[in-house]
Design a protein around this ligand. Structure first.
Ligand code: SAM
Ligand code: SF4
Ligand code: SF4
Length: 356
């Protein structure tokens, strides 16, 4: 694991506790803190070639131990502190979040925090088994990753024992449980699964689900990313529009990463996440919490801030809030805008550790 940690000195903590009275917590670029992604595990039942390639995440890989990762009580306590600092939305992710035992227990604890929008991103393989329980526990919506409709392409990319039908069953179960509108994320890699763009678009037209195409990103250091592998969002939209004309929609919220489109014939909505070709750092309101309690201010950060140490030193909530505020105020990340320049960091954390 590349991630290292930094600690904010106590003097800074005291200075920033005083600043807590500010109505809106903003970073150095004026961006408010609104979204928190919580990675509940670094383990996964898939080995997607672009995220956890098996040769780098094999049997010898040192995953975090149970005592290292945050307990559900610790995550919930932190979530309450984050909510007090302006976080409105929490997304549970991983690794594969459904690999963590009794995740519904965490969901029910988080669901009690007033005003929080609580969602989950999953590869869908275990979703049919858990959808109804998660809904009953208070989960609002799910996003399911699905990179191909063709079973052979899917199996090649996910390198898992599971096929497309299990994921489709998970999507159906989530819809039946009321976890919609369901978003379906497809990461597009040229020459690997770009031929699946149209089949997936056709499959989910009229379904009520929102299919979103994600430009393949250079996260982590293990996927051998090359710009040539990226299919730009403009090209994806052009391919779909040639068969089914599209009309642009407004973004949901300023911090929303997807550009929204609808089929002109009323067959539903799709989205594109153009993080490589059209960086959206200026609106990035997201903070990430790793399984063992490190805070990352950018998906491409090379360093985390060790919140677990503070938590286990039995600091009170005001101290935690002051420390988190310091981290956010110091934030100046805008990796996607700097990509390819000398200022861009070269050492980055892995996506499977911090979540998408
Ligand atoms: N295991 C869950 C899943 O696959 O949905 C949650 C974690 S996964 C890291 C979150 C999202 O990140 C998935 O939609 C995945 O496709 C996406 N992702 C992973 N590596 C990526 C990359 N290199 N570029 C773009 N998206 C990526
Ligand atoms: Fe696992 Fe999700 Fe990464 Fe695939 S993208 S290896 S399912 S964490
Ligand atoms: Fe946010 Fe970093 Fe992605 Fe820019 S590169 S949008 S700052 S996570």
């Amino acid at each position: 694991m590349i991630a290292t940690e930094t600690r904010i000195p106590l003097s800074a903590l005291r200075r920033n506790t005083a600043a807590l009275a500010d109505p809106v917590l903003t970073d150095r670029l004026g961006r408010p803190l609104r979204d928190l992604r919580i990675s509940v595990t670094d383990r996964c039942n898939f080995r997607c070639s672009y995220c956890m390639p098996r040769d780098k995440f094999g049997r010898e890989h040192a995953f975090l131990s149970h005592t290292e990762i945050l307990r559900y009580e610790e995550i919930t306590r932190l979530a309450k502190v984050f909510a007090g600092l302006g976080v409105e939305k929490i997304r549970l992710t991983g690794g594969e979040p459904l690999m963590r035992k009794h995740l519904d227990r965490l969901v029910s604890m988080l669901a009690e925090i007033p005003g929080l929008d609580l969602t989950l991103t999953t590869n869908g393989a275990l979703l049919a088994r858990h959808a109804a329980t998660l809904k009953a526990a208070g989960l609002r919506r799910v996003t399911v990753s699905l990179d191909a409709l063709d079973d052979a392409v899917f199996r090649r990319m996910s390198d898992a024992g599971c096929g497309v039908n299990e994921v489709l069953a998970g999507i159906d179960a989530a819809a039946a449980a009321g976890l919609g509108p369901i978003k379906i994320n497809m990461v597009v890699r040229r020459g690997v699964n770009d031929q699946e763009i149209l089949p997936l678009a056709r499959r989910f037209r009229h379904s009520g689900h929102i299919l979103r195409f994600i430009e393949y990103m250079d996260v982590g250091s293990s996927n051998g990313w090359r710009m040539d592998d990226v299919v730009p969002a403009r090209e994806i939209l052009a391919r779909i529009a040639a068969e089914h004309p599209l009309e642009a929609l407004d973004r949901d919220t300023p911090g929303e990463v997807a550009e929204r489109w609808r089929y002109a014939d009323g067959a539903g909505e799709i989205g594109v996440i153009a993080s490589v070709t059209q960086a959206f750092c200026k609106d990035c309101t997201r903070l990430r919490l790793s399984p063992e309690g490190k805070l990352f201010t950018c998906l491409f950060a090379s360093q985390g801030h060790d919140l677990r140490a503070l938590l286990r030193e039995e600091r009170d909530d005001a101290a935690l809030a002051g420390w988190i505020s310091s981290v956010w105020r110091e934030r100046g990340d805008r990796y996607s805008e700097l990509r390819g320049t000398a200022q861009a960091p070269t050492q980055k954390i892995e996506m499977s550790y911090i979540g998408g």
